[in-house]
Structures are given as structure tokens and as C-alpha cells.
Write a new protein. Structure first.
Length: 132
């Protein structure tokens, strides 16, 4: 019976830690902080690689050497025929910003239902200017 009580307390504490971590990450993003690795290629490099891969005489290993990346990285951005893949599209468009705003909208909708929570109210005030 004691173990059951401890297990319930541990599960509750784990949920609290998870919720606080997610809220802190959201607040950090609202302040302009971003998580994750940076893109290996800039917009200009993606365009250069795209035009080079569209030509049949391009040597992929030389292109990768010129860009300072590996072949798997290049193929993450572009298909062998030079067409953009999702990763390359994310560099060229601001879809990351759009996805971020969609996440903020979801978070704000959840927080609006929790009006008594001081953190929810404060974070809602912080996040609302970043949503369309």
C-alpha cells in the first residue's frame, strides 16, 4: 500500500515537472529563444545547391565540399534532381514561424480555461502579442 502511494506521488511530480518544462520552453520561445540545432545551409546556399543539382555535370562531392557539408546533409535539403525537400523549404520560407504561432495558439487556448492559475495568466499576457 505504501508503494502505491509513493508511485502515485511520483507520477504526480513527474507530470508537474513536465508541465513546468513545457511552460518554460514556451516562455523562452516567446522571448525570442529557439531550441534545436541551427540549419547547416543558408537561403543563398540552398539556392546555389538547388541550381547546381539541376545541372547534370555537377559533381555532388565537390558541391558538398564547397558548401562545407556532407552528402546526407545535402540530400536532407534537396532531392537528387534539385527539387526542394521539406527541410530545404523550411530554410527558404518562414514556415517555422508559422508552426511556432500555431503552437502558441494551442497553448493560449488551453491556458484561457485556467483563469485562476497565476502562471497561466502571466504567460498568456506574454504570448498573445506573438500570435496573429
Amino acid at each position: 500500500m505504501i508503494f502505491g502511494i509513493f508511485a502515485a506521488l511520483a507520477e504526480f511530480e513527474r507530470e508537474l515537472i513536465s508541465e513546468r518544462t513545457k511552460a518554460a520552453l514556451t516562455a523562452a520561445r516567446a522571448r525570442g529563444r529557439k531550441g534545436g540545432a541551427k540549419f547547416s545551409l543558408t537561403k543563398a546556399q540552398v539556392r546555389l545547391a538547388q541550381s547546381a543539382m539541376g545541372q547534370k555535370e555537377t559533381v555532388i562531392s565537390e558541391l558538398c565540399k564547397e558548401l562545407g557539408i556532407t552528402k546526407p546533409t545535402l540530400y536532407r535539403y534537396l532531392a537528387p534532381n534539385g527539387a526542394l525537400r521539406d527541410y530545404g523549404k523550411r530554410v527558404l520560407t518562414n514556415s517555422a514561424v508559422k508552426r511556432y504561432q500555431a503552437v502558441l495558439k494551442v497553448i493560449l487556448c488551453r491556458k484561457k480555461g485556467d483563469a485562476n492559475n497565476k502562471f497561466a495568466t502571466k504567460s498568456r499576457e506574454t504570448l498573445e502579442p506573438f500570435v496573429d
